[in-house]
Ligand binder design. Structure first.
Ligand code: TEU
Length: 573
């Protein structure tokens, strides 16, 4: 059913260039810094690297605002450094995936500058320009609809020069392309994709893959927050009418010609049949997608930072759905718990208290490495790093999503201390900043990330205890556990990577127990997501004797699971 390919079996490691390793002491990570750590990654068991945007950019959204697709952000290095990075990865048999950001570019990209220069510029239609809905009594333009941008304010930015609005679903500095124009699509395929495939890149992680096709009516969003001028609207921009057509065309014109892998970001699509249309091998849209339900379940329905309680059963329900994609069809799936847009998984799904965090990190590692599909690990996850502490000040949060949200709160709730407190708390739990601080290499100043006095963003003070140097030779560390599990996953790939998945305890809010199966062999995975001891019994219907293969505790009792204990039993394997 599933043709075996490198990307299905690959352990894909995500690198955020600004925070991985600083080789020249300017406080910002860089490409030579990444190259210097490739042996570390090889040793960990990494097969492919997904590199977050490293292109020329004014950095209003950490490189997701690209001003030249064919060049490098100078503080990260030169084009030659980048080619050397590709070469050094390939030398070690590590594949290279770049980030593909083509829903929007930077407002400093030459295409946008041309487009905004006049109403009759040949590139005017390359972006989404619209007339105002009208004017207020005192002559101010009214935007075409009430959509709130992902980073706050309206999605429409007024252009004085040409007296029209342009659309930016994200930051003001990230104008959306007009994908309706064939010329735009062709230019993007050429400059953003083929250019890099010609230079040896093995595939792409495709940013905001399901929002290229817009609903051109731009209907108003329902009012979720009566105090706000602009309303949450992301479900209105996803999965638009021409999306499949665009993606199939892109695949045909680019990836398929180079046998490159395409991994799409795919939020707002809980309906698994919709996901199947995209990842089915036959459909030739993309190879796999990142679904979002399990990383959004604690976000508020109105704002990300108005948090919600979540339950393990909810999490398991999503995972169960995702796993069905691979089980029942020719489609492929991804598993991830962290990336640069998310808080740290130990803090979020388990516990980062000093007495629990090591076992929490290992438990989540067992979970990840036993999921069918391709597995992603984000930098720092392999050492079980945790969120920034609750005590850090508001000024340390640099991400435009966090600061944009706070600005909206200041505008909409100027005197409401409770609303502000709720928002602050939400950011402490879930700001993207937690996914962006420097990697903790050792216990020296700033975690050994840079020789500069100050890194570009605050280092997590936890570096004194949680760091690579302290873990690398310790057989009981989270890092050693990752190495072991990554190896185990590959050795048992029929079960772990390709095996079928059956969840046994959907309703249980303490444990997650599932069986992986391939032919006669089985693996039983048992995870206790709580601080409590939990009674436990091996499932009765196994095909033979279950032997304990992996555990994050030295001594496991048959009837009880300890706090955050995780185990893998093998049957006939
Ligand atoms: O993210 C798009 C996305 O769907 C969201 O998860 C987004 O990160 C936001 O936090 C919603 O709450 C991608 C990138 O991963 C992100 O870093 C970029 O900021 C964004 O696209 C724009 O390019």
């Amino acid at each position: 059913q599933h043709k075996r390919t490198w990307w299905k079996e690959a352990l894909i490691y995500q690198i955020y260039p600004s925070s991985f390793y600083d080789s020249n002491g300017d406080g910002l990570g860089d490409i030579p810094g990444i190259i210097s750590k490739l042996d570390y990654l090889k040793e960990l068991g990494v097969d492919a690297i997904w590199l977050n945007p490293h292109y020329s950019s004014p950095q209003c959204d950490m490189g997701y605002d690209i001003s030249d697709y064919r060049d490098i952000y100078p503080p990260y290095g030169t084009l030659d450094d980048c080619f050397k990075f590709i070469e050094e990865c390939h030398k070690r048999d590590i594949k290279v995936l770049f980030d593909l950001v083509i829903n929007h570019c930077s407002d400093e990209h030459k295409w946008f500058k041309e487009s905004r220069s006049s109403l009759d510029n040949p590139k005017r239609n390359w972006f989404m320009w619209r007339k105002p809905k009208g004017f207020t009594d005192d002559g101010k333009p009214i935007p075409p609809n009430n959509w709130r941008a992902a980073f706050g304010g309206s999605v429409w930015e007024w252009d004085e020069g040409t007296q029209e609005y342009y659309l930016h679903l994200f930051a003001v500095g990230q104008p959306d392309f007009n994908w309706e124009e064939e010329e735009v699509r062709k230019a993007l395929y050429e400059e953003a994709i083929t250019f890099w495939l010609e230079r040896g890149v093995d595939g792409f992680r495709i940013d905001t893959c399901n929002i290229y096709s817009k609903n051109l009516d731009f209907p108003d969003a329902p009012v979720l927050d009566p105090s706000a001028t602009y309303q949450r609207s992301d479900t209105l921009w996803t999965n638009g009418p021409r999306l499949m057509e665009f993606l199939k065309e892109m695949n045909k014109e680019t990836f398929s010609k180079y046998d490159a892998v395409a991994i799409g970001e795919w939020p707002n699509t809980p309906d698994i049949t919709k996901v199947l249309e995209v990842v089915s091998a036959e459909a030739k849209v993309v190879d796999m997608v990142f679904q979002f339900d399990h990383v959004c379940m604690d976000f508020g329905k109105v704002y990300r930072f108005w948090p919600r309680e979540w339950k393990l059963s909810e999490f398991k329900g999503y995972i169960d759905q995702y796993q069905k994609v691979v089980d029942k069809t020719d489609g492929w799936q991804t598993t991830y718990l962290e990336n640069h847009d998310q808080a740290r998984s130990v803090s979020r799904y388990c516990s980062d208290a000093p007495e629990y965090r090591v076992n929490s990190g290992k438990l989540l590692c067992i979970f990840l490495m036993s999921m069918t599909g391709s597995t992603f690990v984000y930098q720092g996850q392999e050492i079980g790093t945790i969120n920034l502490p609750m005590s850090i000040g508001r000024e340390e949060y640099l991400d435009c999503e966090t600061t944009g949200f706070w600005k909206d709160m200041d505008d909409y709730y100027p005197n409401d201390e409770e609303a502000h407190e709720k928002g602050r708390r939400g950011a402490q739990l879930n700001a993207r900043d937690h996914g962006r601080f420097p990697v903790q290499w050792d216990s020296s100043r700033n975690g050994g990330f840079t020789t500069a006095e100050k890194p570009w963003m605050i280092a997590n003070p936890a570096y004194t205890e949680i760091n690579v140097a302290a873990q690398i030779d310790d057989p009981n560390s989270v890092l050693s556990f990752y190495k072991k599990m990554i190896k185990f996953r590959k050795e048992k790939k029929d079960l772990m990577i390709y095996g079928s998945f059956r969840l046994l305890d959907l309703e249980n809010d303490q444990t997650m127990i599932y069986i992986k199966e391939h032919g006669d062999s089985q693996a039983v995975i048992v995870l206790n997501f709580t601080k409590e001891q939990v009674a436990f019994k091996l499932p009765a219907e196994l095909k033979g004797e279950a032997k304990l293969a992996i555990s994050n505790y030295k001594n496991s009792s048959l009837e009880t699971l300890e706090a955050y204990e995780g185990r893998v039993y093998l049957v006939n394997a």
